[in-house]
Ligand binder design. Structure first.
Ligand code: HEM
Length: 145
């Protein structure tokens, strides 16, 4: 069962009422996500799901700096690049219950995620030291620039 980390926040309740939809999912926009970009109110999204990492940042094995730098943004590609598959299991408990209404994936990111997924299936990310993944990520960023 996911912990509801949004209880008690009036601004979040207002957004929820406005953005509840027929599919039963709760949505916020990227613009709303961007507002949660402070150390004491830190949200990110991964594959269109929104996570509250305010408390997680204090115990994140990679430190709080990467999370602070990407606060309020979609971090899917960075998440894939820097983590072994076992990191995904931590996400459920951080889920806010919100999905991104305007979630979009660029063509470059689609290619990157496809490659990363194929490499993962081939067992290339099982050991610590994610050189292949990090390299892939850096290459994809340099293509965008
Ligand atoms: C909710 C979001 C996140 C969760 C649950 C999470 C979880 C984790 C976990 C479990 C590890 C240890 C992995 C291992 O055993 O090797 C880790 C390490 C790390 N994370 Fe995250 N992480 C999150 C977001 C991010 C983001 C957005 C970045 C941005 C770049 C990041 C960067 C790193 C780095 C650099 C390490 C150290 C990697 C290493 O030592 O090999 N994390 N994270």
């Amino acid at each position: 069962m996911c912990e509801d980390l949004t209880v008690g926040s009036p601004s979040v309740v207002a957004v929820e009422v406005k953005n509840s939809t027929a599919d039963g999912k709760k949505y916020i926009t990227s613009e709303e996500l961007q507002k949660h970009n402070k150390a004491n109110d830190l949200w990110i999204s991964i594959q269109g799901k929104v996570y509250n990492v305010t408390e997680w940042a204090k115990i994140h094995p990679g430190g709080d700096i990467p999370l602070m730098n990407l606060a309020g943004q979609d971090v899917t590609d960075a998440f894939i690049a820097f983590h072994p598959g076992s990191a995904w299991q931590h996400l459920n408990k951080l889920f806010t219950g919100y999905h991104l209404k305007d979630y979009q994936v660029s063509e470059v990111s689609k290619d990157y995620r496809k490659l990363a997924s194929e490499f993962a299936k081939a067992g290339m990310f099982e050991k610590k030291g994610h050189g292949v993944s990090t390299h892939l990520f850096i290459v994809s960023i340099s293509i965008i620039e």
